[in-house]
Every structure is written in C-alpha cells, then in structure tokens.
Design a binder for this molecule. Sequence first.
Ligand code: HEM
Length: 397
Amino acid sequence: MGFDPWNPDFVAYPYRVYDELRREAPVTYFEPTGQWLIARHADVNALLRDRRLGRSYLHVATHEEFGRPAEPEFQEPFWRVIRAGMLDVEPPVHTRLRRLVSRAFTPRMVDSLRPRVRAIAGDLVAAYVDKGGGDLIAEVAEPLPVTVIAEMLGIPDQDRHLLRPWSADICGMYELNPAPEAQHTAVRAASEFAGYLKALAAERRRAPGEDLISALTQIEELTEDELVGTCVLLLNAGHEATVNVTGNGWWSLFRNPGELARLRADRSLLPTAVEELMRWDTPLQMFERWVLEDIEVHGVRIPRGSEVALLFGSANRDQDVFEDPDRLDVGRADNPHISFGAGIHFCLGAPLARIELAESFGALLDRAATLELREEPAWKPGYIIRGLRSLDLTATA
Ligand code: HEM
C-alpha cells in the first residue's frame, strides 16, 4: 500500500507509508489529487512560513490565470462564508482579521477561562463516570469544546446542538476530491449557518451582551460577511480538532498502557502528554498551500500554480527531529510537533485547546479509577480531519 487517503487501512495507520516517503520520496507528485506531497518536518515547517505560498491565490490571481477551473456556481454561498474568515485569506486582509479577534485569544485571556473549562469538564466527566462510561466522544470529547466556544461567542443553549452537524458538513468540503453529494451538503450547511449567525448578530447589535459576537458587531471595519465568516471559523475550528485529539489521544493511551499508567501515577506530566498525544496520532493529517511563485524543494522545481500537500502526520514522526519518533512518550520534553501549524496561520486557538485537553484528560484520570476499552474503535473515513467514530469505554469511579 502506498499513499492512499481513500483507503481505510491507510487512514487507520498512515505512518509506515510516511516513513517511506520521508526516506525515499520527500517531495513527490500525487496524480489523483494533482498535488505535491511534502513529507519531512523541515520542509513542512519551512513551507508553512514561506510567503511564496498561500492558503489562497485569489489575492494575486484569478482562477483562470492560475490555470484552475472556476468554482461551480452552486458553491458560491460556501466560499462566501469560508473566504470571509482569516484562515482562507492572506495578508493584508488576513492581518486585519486576525488582529481584530486575536485579543480574545491571548494566553492571558484564555487562562481566565480555565475555571469555567474545568467546571464544564468536571460536570461532563462526573456524569459519564456515574453511568459507568459509554461513548467518550459523544459524551465528553464533543460537548466540552462545543460548550466552551459556544459560550465564548454567546450561542444560546437551545441552539448548540446545531453546531456539530453544521461543522461536520462544512468540513466535508475539506477532504480530498469531495464527492458531489458532500459538496452540496457543505454548501447547504454553510448557507444555513450563515443565515443563523446573521440573525443572531442583528439581535446582538441591538442588544449587546458580554459575548464575542456582541463585541464583533461593535467593530465598524468588519463587514457582515467577515463577521459571519469569523464566527463560522471560530465555532468550527474551535471544536473540530479538539474532539479528535481527545478521542485519538485516549485511543493512543489504550494502545500504550505503560504510558497511561505513567500519566496516572504522575499528573504533572499532563502538559507534555497533551503535546505528545497531538504529535503521535495527528488529528489534522494534511494542510494544503498554493504555490504563488516558483519554488524548489530538494532539487524539485514546483512551479507557480501548483498545490502542495503538507503531511503533518508525517512531519510529526520525522526521525531527524524526534528521538525514537514511533514511541509514545508522555514525558517527551523536546517536542516541536507541527499539529498547530506554523507561520502566519498558526492556530489562534492553541492556548485554549491546550487548556481544554489538559482539563478533560485530567478530569477523567481524577474521577475514573479505571477506564477500559469495550471494543476496538473504528476511524471515520476522513483523512485530512482524522478521528474516531466513537470510543466505547467502561468507567468505574
Ligand atoms: C487541538 C486542537 C486544535 C488543533 C490541532 C488545531 C490546528 C490548527 C491548525 C493546524 C491551523 C493552521 C492551518 C493552516 O495553517 O493551514 C489552525 C488554525 C486556526 N485555528 Fe486551530 N486547532 C485546534 C483548536 C482550535 C481552537 C480551540 C480554536 C478556537 C478558536 C482554533 C481556532 C483556529 C483559527 C481561528 C485558525 C486560523 C488562524 C489563521 O488563519 O490565522 N483552533 N488550527
């Protein structure tokens, strides 16, 4: 088996193929998606910081000039939302949008949320352990980050159940070569989500509260599309990967019982454990970039107009950077993993994600004397956004 992101066996364990790519073909053209795969940590890290690449090319060229087909018209509502958020634009628009929201996500601001995150995690885990366990993803991994980001933005309680399905449907468009059905589902979800947020923003503009949506409505230089795009991005990015790190992370610990025992015995390892779980089984396996000016990587010329696929999962197992990379080591001190990205799009929510993960892993270790796997979990089909369908556990207090 080679690089095959549509093959469930590859999705379940891509790391052997990555080893081969890093050794033998660190820069290789992948015909089925028309992308250059980049496998080594040094290259992924450098290209993320290289301004000759971008998440979009539309600030410097049209689709036609870039030799790309125009997007089908039915996708317009989707791209209107997505391209109004900072993740899919480049400077100077990116700089402006990121500056406007970054104040809410500084480590100090986010640290002030810790008691609330701890309380939510504590309640969810207490209920989970009281009933003897169940699907950890549905009962703890999802509701924790969804509740936290929904509270920050001020999404009313009764509407929060809408967020997960909208986000999952929108993310369907990010997988490689999405099927037409998935594209339509993503467009529908983006339109509904945008409609919902416009109505909510109009209410908050009239009667502002303490929440982030209210604060954003007060910023004059933010257009309505940008406000909606920013909220969609924060709500989706604000939980999607955290859910998967929680699920993948526990599954990693069950596959490495010695490391689980070590963490149970020494809770001071939680911060390094969280970083290591994000490295060892990477939740976002790949990010793409457009090549805006010709580049050369290991003697391979990649011309303007190409697309590179940066293999985060591979970079995170690079033997040139990590000692004994296939070993899960919850105490790993030197851990420059790339799971939060690098460069100008470096994850804005990293400090928040770290708090959420430390609190949820900590709460489970504190409240469940034992946690046992009921059955081997299955992976969802997605490769780029990689996570488990469910994680069934028995928990005893
Ligand atoms: C463990 C959980 C998380 C992981 C692994 C993760 C990962 C990432 C990565 C890799 C990027 C950069 C993508 C690229 O360069 O193409 C990113 C961007 C972003 N993330 Fe996260 N993220 C996580 C949690 C969060 C949370 C909790 C938030 C909360 C708001 C968040 C908000 C964002 C935003 C707004 C961006 C766009 C930043 C920009 O374009 O300047 N993320 N994230």
